[in-house]
Design a binder for this molecule. Structure first.
Ligand code: ADP
Length: 399
């Protein structure tokens, strides 16, 4: 039975792809098509440790996927369509309709379309990816894997905002959460590292990438998460504010005269680390901080303090905690951030081992002290493998 899966992640102007073995996670090739629809686009196809990059105009998603398939033909490996088990698609918003991955059909497309108002930036691109892939691979099952699905297990008291009933019933205003495929992958790997059944493992997972969120996970199921209706709420991110007083929108609109779109844009693209320090890249931020830049220092402190508050909140939500888990580019690679976020939490049973925390490796590992009651883990995430795994499970009818 073939286990090869092509995973597609269609963004607003980019397409990321990876061909992999859904059983082992081994990637045979991967690539990115960027600046779709602009005058010059870029395609980078990586295979066997080599990057093949070319610049050309890419008109739309169909052109992008055709260009990717062309790169497979020229640089390998050949995609044998008859032996592709599935195409797995990342779909950002599944609302409260999908707790599991789904095989794509016309009805599914209409449903994802209906959810566009909840994710106007992401779902239209994801939809386009689904439509194009169906046209180009008519005989291969297409599976939609939703970022929100993992959090459908949240209890009502955690996902409900304290707003009027009509908002909640008529406009679907509630917390949905994102980064679900990452949490699914990381929580399983963390339980393996702890040598505990995932069903008996309580975790606070911190996914700190360009976007960032935290989740409280009990027995492999999300019980709370920091992103809400949209991926704006919660932690400080590269360019997004995370939590703020909801009255700020109205205040700026009335007092300064900015439109809601202008304010939204600033909160999504010009806030977070960028708003605080001018840079959204964490590596550059830490470099500047090392050189004595005070605004970079403040940005780091605000970021770390927000992470710390969520660790405390989710520890309380869970009652009992086995591990705090860091993942995403920042979580995996910044010992300084991990140390700042968890400093002085000994009384909560959380104690880092400085040497382990500082060690540079890409392996999943414990970075806590031997006698730390709560383990601290660093677990590299792999969302593509998780999407492939889930797509295979649906297609083969098993998990
Ligand atoms: P995405 O959310 O787009 O998948 P990543 O998970 O790759 O992004 O995270 C990107 C972030 O990780 C960037 O802010 C980047 O600076 C940060 N990062 C990557 N490597 C390091 C490092 N060695 N030290 C500190 N931060 C890093």
């Amino acid at each position: 039975m073939t286990r090869r899966v092509l995973v597609l992640n269609a963004g607003s102007s980019s397409l990321k792809y990876r061909l992999l073995d859904g059983g082992t996670g081994v990637a045979e090739a991967s690539g990115t098509v960027e600046r779709i629809g602009e005058d010059t686009g870029t395609l980078t196809h990586s295979v066997g440790g080599q990057d093949h990059t070319e610049e050309r105009r890419v008109t739309d998603f169909e052109d992008a996927l055709r260009s990717a398939l062309d790169a497979f033909e020229r640089h390998g490996p050949a995609i044998d369509r008859d032996h592709l088990a599935a195409v797995g698609h990342r779909v950002v918003h599944g609302g409260d309709l999908f707790a599991d991955p789904v095989v794509v059909d016309d009805h599914l497309l209409a449903t994802v379309e209906d959810l566009v108002p909840l994710a106007p930036l992401h779902n239209p691109a994801n939809l386009e990816g689904l439509r194009v892939a169906r046209r180009l691979f008519p005989d291969v099952p297409q599976v939609a894997v939703f970022d929100t699905a993992f959090h459908q297990s949240m209890p009502e008291h955690a996902y409900t905002y304290a707003v009027p009933l009509a908002w909640r019933e008529e406009h679907r205003i509630r917390r949905y959460g994102f980064h679900g495929t990452s949490y699914a992958f990381v929580s399983r790997r963390a339980a393996e590292l702890l040598d505990r059944p995932v069903e008996e493992t309580n975790l606070v997972v911190l996914h700190l990438g360009n976007g960032a969120s935290a989740a409280a996970i009990r027995g492999g199921h999300s019980v709370d998460t920091s992103m809400g209706l949209t991926p704006l709420e919660g932690l400080v991110m590269g360019t997004r504010s995370g939590d703020l007083d909801p009255a700020i929108h109205g205040h700026l609109h009335r007092e300064v005269g900015w439109s809601l779109d202008e304010i939204d844009r600033a909160l999504y693209r010009e806030s977070g680390l960028r708003g605080l320090s001018g840079v959204n890249d964490f590596r550059e931020l830490t470099r500047r901080m090392g050189a004595g830049d005070e605004t970079a220092r403040l940005a780091f402190d605000v970021y770390a303090y927000r992470v710390r508050k969520y660790v405390g909140a989710y520890y309380a939500a869970l009652g009992e905690l086995h591990a705090v888990v860091f993942t995403g580019g920042v979580g995996q690679h910044s010992p300084d951030l991990r140390a700042a976020a968890l400093a002085g939490l000994d009384r909560l049973g959380i104690v880092l081992d400085p040497a382990r925390n500082d060690a540079r490796t890409n392996e999943a590992r414990a970075v806590s002290a031997e006698d730390s009651e709560v383990a601290v883990l660093v677990v590299p995430t792999d969302e593509e493998w998780e999407i492939a795994r889930q797509a295979l499970a649906v297609v083969h009818g098993s998990d």
